[in-house]
Write a protein of this length. Sequence first.
Length: 336
Amino acid sequence: MSPTPLQSAVTDPISGAFDWFLVEVWGRLLAELSGALGVGMLEYPFMQRAYLAAICIGIIGPLVGAFLVHREISMIADTLAHTAFAGVAVGLFLNSVLELGLSPIGTAFVVAVATALLVELLVQHGDVTTDTSLAMVLTGGFALGSVLISATEGGIAVGINAYLFGSLATVSKANVGLLVVMTLLVSVVVAISYRPLLYVTFDPTAARVAGISVAWFNRLMTVLTALVVVSAMQIMGVILVAALLVIPVATVDGARSFRRSLLAGVVAAEIGAVLGISIAYQYRLAAGGTIVLTAIGLYLVVRVGGRFVPRRLAAGGTTPAGDRTPQPKADGGDED
């Protein structure tokens, strides 16, 4: 379906501006780095797109994942990833059977956001616990996707593989543009809602007393998780996308404030994503799996290596040896 004149008037300038940024700013920057460092892969447009996508994933993953991990509901990311798989299968199935020309990413967005709201409704109004509702939705989403694949006698299986496992070669300009938009959107929403999200995360009872709508902010967090998962799955793959919401946050667990934990998680995610992309290209490996394994390797280095660093040094000279790692402060402020 061709865009209307009104749609073209809105999208064409945005697309042109993004093309300019991608080629003239980002492309030139990486080309300069390629010449300075002698790294040839930085000159290739598809690698430039992959690196930009990885950087965006490294930002939005921990921004949302930090709240999920400290609320001990990190499994919701995996649940929404599997329902996003069902959304992709729905789009490909309708395109195959009815020739509708739908975007699989678009249907994945719709299904994942609807699922996020469904999970919240099950927890609030259903007689089920959070882990039970997540388990039901996760298995149901994956079951729906597998049924739709079999209904077309495997005809859409080839198209869905890229969404399942991720790929460097399939990272298009549209995928990167979507990630950039989602990075800006998620960053702005988290910045605006930071304080109430923090209260809801660490003390929902006190948040209710303070007049904060805990249910509304819970829904907001699950919807943000769905947006992050769907945006990142083209490069990470549905199976692995949830890992970058959890592993970098776990890597830096023990920071002296939540804000520091949040920022350190983004740094850990960026290292894992950029290094993983580089290794995947160098050895022709799956991008998503390599990023996750790199992030796990960084986690092991930090956690195992940290045992050989004096506790007093690791905590800025305030924590005696043998004490437990301090939990992040709920106020998000920095200590003097």
